[in-house]
Write a protein that binds this ligand. Structure first.
Ligand code: NAP
Length: 466
């Protein structure tokens, strides 16, 4: 068998998960190998781009322009897209091993971190990740219902996802109507009765996970006043000392913005968005029908761990916050893929710098790699996935050089496609995506929006005349 990686015998790579990490890995592979590699992208959804389509907020269009690079990759003759093909649903890892020299898992983090407090499963308590998927038109979440007749909403966590959720709830119909928010969400939010949004940070303002541009935006909303309690802006001695020792630019900027908010007087806008610090929900309280009606909060204080990190711990001080709707936004979490070793406590694929490790021997599994959130956990912005993917590809190239690749039994493009069509008759190709994309953009143009998304697989199939 000749070594793969030549025009006659290309290196065959399956990339499972067509989101940012997968595309950055493909980009690095193509730069290293040009025509001597063929890449097949798999995605369980019919459309590519993962969290760029279903995670990035609809009012953050600039961030989505990264799809131009991803699109150019998909347009290459040696790259294919098999949309609507799920690993673990339509095909197995064993199947992929029959067709590829290398497999890269870049499936992201598909669920949310759990918050174990009494009442968390009451009606009206949701994972923010589901709300995000819903308003972004993710086919598996389009039928979710969020009761927006609620007046008071709490968002638990102060990361950028919490900021997105709070902002979307705080924006007017006019502000949202120029975005690519899913039509069902635009309609539901137009009827929203939400008047008060409270975002809850368990640590202080100096530890908040949001980034400066995201917090700055909250001060510029058309129909919502932003509010920060002045007393919660007073830095505790530990935070003040840390900041003096290492004055981090982003933190200083965040504090400056928050202090300006704390000094503001309400201008009488119909909605209020309050950012709270040093409080943790300890219980959700329901009414007789099982709907959330309040949240019990404990005030926290900070202490320093041996490593110097400031962590929250509860005091004896409690308060009750009336709320009708709760979104917990405390991070995403990866899900295991059948047949792929998984680190349960971290929610990531078991790996060493991107090489998938065998559970028993602890040694790398030949030909299997990972990149992105399912490799390192759900942190960082889209661009963070580039160096992460490049690092994994370095290992892929080194292993290829050393002859450590899988030995597929079938190595023709046609054989792979024929096999897949037997398993999943409704595969979406890159050409299908281009047609859907053009139609979405055309529908958007009629309404002065970037696009109007298709949100169900049936609708997409019907649009393509299938
Ligand atoms: P994140 O940045 O990790 O924030 C999670 C938040 O949840 C933190 O405030 C964390 O507080 C809090 N939290 C965790 N456990 C908690 C608990 N038990 N009780 C109360 N609060 C708890 O996660 P994310 O917001 O899901 O975002 C994921 C990644 O995507 C981040 O890197 C984010 O920057 C990125 N992102 C970027 C954008 C953008 O660029 N515009 C938009 C969305 C997401 P502690 O800090 O105290 O743990």
């Amino acid at each position: 068998m000749p070594q793969p990686g030549s025009p006659d015998h290309p290196l065959r790579v399956a990339i499972v998960g067509a989101g940012p990490a997968g595309f950055y890995a493909a980009d690095a592979l193509l730069k290293a190998h040009g025509q001597n590699v063929t890449i097949d992208f798999y995605d369980r959804l019919p459309t590519p781009f993962g969290l760029v389509r279903f995670g990035v907020a609809p009012d953050h269009q600039k961030i989505k322009s990264v799809t131009k690079l991803f699109d150019r990759i998909l347009a290459r003759p040696n790259v294919r897209f098999f949309g609507n093909v799920g690993l673990g649903r339509d095909v197995s890892v064993a199947d992929l091993r029959r067709f590829y020299h290398q497999i890269l898992y870049s499936v992201g983090a598909q669920t949310d971190r759990k918050l174990n407090i009494p009442g968390i499963d009451l009606q009206g308590s949701h994972a923010a990740t589901e709300f995000v998927a819903w308003y972004n038109g993710h086919p598996e979440f389009r039928d979710r219902h969020f009761d927006l007749s609620a007046e008071r909403v709490a968002v638990i966590g102060v990361g950028n996802v919490a900021m997105d959720v709070a902002r979307i709830l705080a924006k007017s119909h006019d502000e949202l109507a120029v975005t690519d928010i899913a039509d069902h969400a635009l309609e539901a939010l137009a009827q929203s009765k939400v008047r008060e949004i409270v975002v809850l940070g368990r640590r202080g303002p100096a530890q908040a996970a949001f980034t400066p541009p995201e917090i700055k935006e909250l001060g510029e909303l058309e129909v919502a006043d932003v509010r920060v309690l002045p007393e919660e802006m007073e830095l505790d001695p530990l935070s003040a000392a840390q900041l003096e020792q290492s004055p981090d630019k982003a933190t200083l900027r965040k504090l400056e913005i928050l202090r300006e908010y704390a000094a503001r007087q309400p201008s009488g806008k119909p909605r209020t968005l309050t950012i709270r610090f040093l409080v943790s929900p300890v219980e959700l309280i329901g009414d007789e029908s099982g709907r959330v009606k309040a949240m019990r909060l404990v005030r926290n204080e900070l202490y320093a761990t041996a490593a110097g990190t400031l962590r929250p711990r509860p005091t004896e001080e409690y308060e009750t916050l009336p709320v009708d709707l709760v979104f917990r936004s405390i991070g995403y979490r990866g899900l295991p893929i059948p047949g792929v070793p998984f680190n349960e406590s971290w929610g990531v694929i078991l790996n060493d710098s991107g090489r998938v490790l065998d559970e028993e021997s602890g040694q790398p599994r030949v030909g299997e790699y990972t990149a992105g959130w399912i490799k390192r956990g759900p942190s960082g912005v889209i661009g963070t996935n580039k160096p992460d993917a490049v690092a994994t590809v370095k290992h892929m190239l080194a292993d290829l050089e050393a002859g450590k690749v899988l030995e597929p039994s079938h190595t023709s493009d046609a054989a792979i496609e024929a096999f897949l069509r037997e398993r999943q008759p409704h595969i979406f190709s890159y050409e299908d995506w281009k047609r859907l994309d053009e139609m979405e953009v055309a529908r958007g143009q009629e309404q002065g929006r970037p696009r109007v998304k298709f949100t169900s697989v049936e609708e997409m199939l019907a649009t393509l005349g299938r």
